[in-house]
Design a binder for this molecule. Sequence first.
Ligand SMILES: *Cc1c(COP(=O)(O)O)cnc(C)c1O
Length: 437
Amino acid sequence: MELRASQKIEYIPSSWYNIVPDLPEKIPPYILPDGTIVRKEMLEIIFPKQLVEQEFSEERFIKIPDELIELYQQVGRPTPLIRARNLERYLGTSARIYFKYEGVLPAGSHKFNTAIAQAFFNKLEGVKRLSTETGAGQWGSALALAGALTGVKIRVFMVRASYDQKPYRRVLMETYGAEVYPSPSNITNVGRKILSENPSHPGSLGIAISEAIEDVLNSNGEAKYSLGSVLNHVLLHQTIIGLEAIRQLEELGVGIEEVKYVIGAVGGGSNYAGISYPFIRYRLSGKTETRFIAVEPRAVPSMTKGEYRYDYGDTAGLTPLLKMYTLGKDFVPPPIHAGGLRYHGLAPSLSVLVKHNIVEPVAYGQREVFEAGVLFARTQGIVPAPESAHAVKAVIDIALKYKGSEEKPVILFNLSGHGLLDLKGYEEFLNNTLPDT
Ligand SMILES: *Cc1c(COP(=O)(O)O)cnc(C)c1O
């Protein structure tokens, strides 16, 4: 029995899959506070034309340029697809558990899949610099690497609390050549104003987004803005994960109709969209009956407790309004270790799928999630990122329903990143000092 698919270069798809034309309902348009519908030209102030085209595209497949496929190869795509046989045995389940492992990418998570695509299209259009925000630093480090590989300068506004407390991802970003500023910083008006009122302000993602956007607007067209989740073009780039998985499962003799569950952790929704949308396509066309389980932290329950309505993407209210499941832009997430899941909203396309009950949300508390992460490390060897451990917890719960069963359903999940820079959370769990939020 093969436990691991090969990583043949041909498994990298030649096109991304765009779910937009296949959704059961159109995504409501992005709007401005006065109700005006956002047009392409408006977004072109902060994003390059080709990414804006992708954002609004109704084409089912969008070609990945050959040079970009080469960049994907260089850093380790296709990523491994592995059967978690040790975990299955430990649980005594008859389910077959497979995972796609994105933690092999050099910055440690799936975020590089869109970072490199964004840097590539910006470079093509002559953009010299990208400005972005980062919380704990996963997104910033992925974009920093993408900048190094394409020759685009990267400027990152990193939430000050993380900048001070989590130096390693900052060092990683700087190693890749990015400029990193603690946010609030003294290089933007927004930052200076906040610092003048409170010089030791801990910062927030909302403030960091405001700084990055101000930086772009003041750059005389030299810089553009880059976002790591939520928007259609970001989710589109991530579909490379699911498209590879379909081919790799096929190599192992597993057809898409055998896949009973596709599971992933959800912050803004990009890694989960990445693994699930290519499978949701077949469910929407009636070819399969796969169930799609999206996992969120109980402390940030945008899918299970949020409202489906228009809301801003950022705390400051600088972005257009998107219709999505949201806890409200002013929601202050508790300081859980899964920093990548601390976002108030949910990608608009994924929101449509949740609304139509095609994607089923579940929420878990921090301790049970780390317990699942530890079990995965002790059976499969990989220490999951705290974000990814949410998916592992859901996988275990479902697999346990098939203890001593005759059925052998396939459970596929996305292990979106490794947790080697998040060992603090594991330390707290092991020492019994982790708050159970
Ligand atoms: C950022 C991050 C997430 C959450 O973001 P999505 O856009 O929902 O994918 C999940 N896992 C890891 C490892 C991350 O870095």
